[in-house]
Design a binder for this molecule. Structure first.
Ligand SMILES: NC(=O)c1ccc[n+]([C@@H]2O[C@H](COP(=O)([O-])OP(=O)(O)OC[C@H]3O[C@@H](n4cnc5c(N)ncnc54)[C@H](OP(=O)(O)O)[C@@H]3O)[C@@H](O)[C@H]2O)c1
Length: 283
């Protein structure tokens, strides 16, 4: 059966800082990753990030901090800094023996009426059952968009598409200067699926490899930006949503301050050529 999507034009709007997903929902193109914050830290960091202009927060049931993320968001709403509709919350879940209960748990932990984007955290034993349960919650309006995480090949995507009635809007995958997997991005464009990049800096313990890369450092000097800002700008200009993780207030400010400069085509190519198809993780 031919799958229909509302929107296949998923080019990023750098003025509004949003992309329109394939179901018409708007998603911010830069956000805050919250791995591995505790509930207490997440509450404070999320609240501060919102005050600094962040409108996309990434969490997961597995991180054990959905409660803190929800508290941070609600505090910002209560203080009138944002309305619920202005903030985009992503969470991720694994298959269980009771999919509905798993989805309810994330809704309850976050203490929100709806989650903006829920992802299957990684391929597992009952993706189909889990995705179909997510589709039911989507139809009820409790999930505004659906997606998958850690699906890296055309075959893995085709498997999901074989049973999905609602085409995933987002795939969240490891993606950085050393692992770019642009083939997947090209393949999923026909479905209007956007790829969101985790480990923009290679993840904790590896960030120097990216931030101290000679090409990145040279471009940082050329554009008068930090290496992190060069990498994030490159990801966004390449059409990947960025969710850098940080608990350093200065980094948090820097990481969203990437909208007043543009990398030239030539400099974009220089970074794209760093690709080694090398991942840090194997899940
Ligand atoms: N779907 C999945 O399976 C999956 C897997 C992993 C991660 N994720 C998501 O992706 C997010 C991003 O990944 P990550 O946080 O693990 O790794 P990351 O963003 O690649 O790297 C985080 C590291 O970068 C440092 N950093 C951040 N901004 C910086 C800056 N401007 N300058 C210098 N250093 C900077 C942070 O230190 P400071 O705290 O000192 O800034 C931290 O040590 C996670 O938080 C999580 O939400 C998803």
């Amino acid at each position: 059966m031919k799958k229909i999507v509302d929107n296949k034009n998923t080019s990023f709007d750098f003025n509004s800082k949003y992309v329109t997903l394939n179901n018409g929902i708007k998603m911010p193109i830069i956000g805050l990753g919250t791995w591995p914050f505790s509930n207490e830290d997440a509450e404070e960091i999320v609240y501060d990030a919102i005050k600094n202009g962040y409108r996309l927060i990434d969490t997961a049931a597995y991180y054990g901090n959905e409660i803190g993320v929800g508290k941070g968001v609600r505090k910002a709403i209560k203080e009138g800094i944002i309305n619920r509709k202005d903030i985009f919350i992503t969470s991720k879940i694994y298959a269980s023996t009771n999919h509905n209960k798993t989805i309810e748990k994330s809704l309850n932990n976050l203490d929100v009426e709806y989650i903006d984007l829920l992802l299957i955290h990684e391929p597992g034993y009952d993706d189909k059952g889990l995705y179909q349960a997510m589709e039911d919650y989507y139809k009820d309006g409790k999930l505004k968009a659906l997606g998958i995480s850690n699906y890296y090949t055309k075959e893995a995507i085709e498997e999901v598409l074989s049973y999905a009635k609602i085409i995933p809007a987002v795939i969240q995958n490891e993606n950085h200067i050393y692992y770019q997997n642009n083939e997947l991005q090209k393949y999923v464009q026909q479905y209007g699926i956007v790829i969101e990049a985790w480990y923009p800096f290679g993840g904790r313990g590896h960030t120097k490899e990216s931030l101290n890369h000679e090409i990145i450092m040279n471009l940082a000097e050329k554009y008068h930006k930090s290496p992190a800002q060069i990498i994030l700008r490159w990801q966004l200009q390449s059409g990947y949503i960025g969710i850098p993780g940080s608990q350093n207030p200065n980094h948090i400010k820097d990481n969203i301050n990437i909208f007043h400069f543009e990398l030239s085509d030539e400099d974009m190519k220089k970074i794209t050529n760093i690709n080694e198809n090398r991942r840090y993780e194997n899940w």
